[in-house]
Design a binder for this molecule. Sequence first.
Ligand code: CTP
Length: 443
Amino acid sequence: MDKLKINLPKQVNEIIKVLQEHGYEAYAVGGCVRDSALGRKPEDWDITTSATPEETKALFHRTFDTGIEHGTVTVLLDHEGFEVTTYRVDGDYEDNRHPKEVTFTRNLREDLLRRDFTINAMAYNEKDGLVDVFGGMHDLEAGVIRCVGNARQRFSEDALRILRGVRFAAQLGFEIEEDTRSGMRELADTLQNISAERIQIELIKMLTSKRPGLLKDAYDLGITKQFLPEFDQMMETDQETPHHMYNVGEHTLHAMENIRADKILRLTMLMHDMGKPKMKTIDANGRAHFKKHAVESESIAKNVLRRLKFDNDTLHKVCKLVCYHDYRMPAEAANVRKAMNKIGEDLFPYYMEVRRADVLAQSLYQREEKLSNLDAIEKLYCEILEKKQCVSLKDLAVTGKDLIEAGMKPGKEIGDKLEEMLGIVLINPEKNTKEALLKTLHI
Ligand SMILES: Nc1ccn([C@@H]2O[C@H](COP(=O)(O)OP(=O)(O)OP(=O)(O)O)[C@@H](O)[C@H]2O)c(=O)n1
């Protein structure tokens, strides 16, 4: 266990050695040690040291203050930046905009004790090898997420850790240890104090992990209620229809697991049915209906994405896909061209993935028909691309300028006419020539 050998990047080694030569301790720490032990390539390398930020800055030519109030200095070597943080005893991992008072220490063990989970509380350098005082390697091997020391204390230091715990379980396929779980449950409501930006980062990491279905665990622990009560409502809405075998929330979890790990796709599946709880009606036969739920889901998705401070590009794409997730059509080329126009050429392939994942998370009722309809639509879509057929104004054979030259007055009518011509071309692609389209002007 303690023979773990990590190939530290040469700059990390150099920073550690310079600090050591000047009488300080220094180690690679946290996620990079965890990922190396798992045989994964770390995303970034963090260094922890007994030197204060001022002492670190005095030893390197090029540094800048990344989060000096948190004790973090970035050292630049070979045009790359490496974060070097002074040992700390407070577990304050808040974003830099809301710094709390931070206490530094010269003791590595105390620093590790304040980290979130045992698997994230290991340090490494070439001189001492692995420093693993809280059984991180044991938990990595056993596949366990366990808080370092007292779980309630760790979560009180930073409530985001409650969500991080589920995120790591989802990413690594690990189980959450019992006491850590009960700490999460007890303190779940303190997640309310965490900024939307920090929640968003963890949520995306979790949704794009190999087990997005673990959101169910977050629901069971009272976690989703704190920042995504819309998901709880779905978990509490049954679907009494032959098309479904799960309630709305469970269907959502399956739909997420049936689609590839892409941020836009997973967010779309998470929110595609959020309008169902509100739109549910039951007919005289006891059968549930969810008319117009897609439009309602779109409006809820917009609110949720704004609340969680997502960027406009993500908001636009996800809302569009949510709005069209239930858009069905007979598999005929003209319908597919019209749908490509409505949904957008860039989003249409996503739309097909969304439809398929949705169907696969439904009951077997009419599944074969639904899937063969999607197969046929996909085939038509490929043919349309191959033949480079026009599905939007940018590929129309005439422009506004052509219409003016043909005698039309500049103004709104030009736009209307172009749309009308596009309508013709979507039905009959062979009419996409200047000659054929200008002829329609004189009818
Ligand atoms: N709320 C937090 C955030 C971070 N950490 C500590 O800081 C390290 C680095 O945090 P971060 O970069 O956020 O996460 P990683 O563990 O590196 O994981 P990932 O790269 O997957 O986000 C963690 O390993 C952990 O030791 C912590 O104790 N509590």
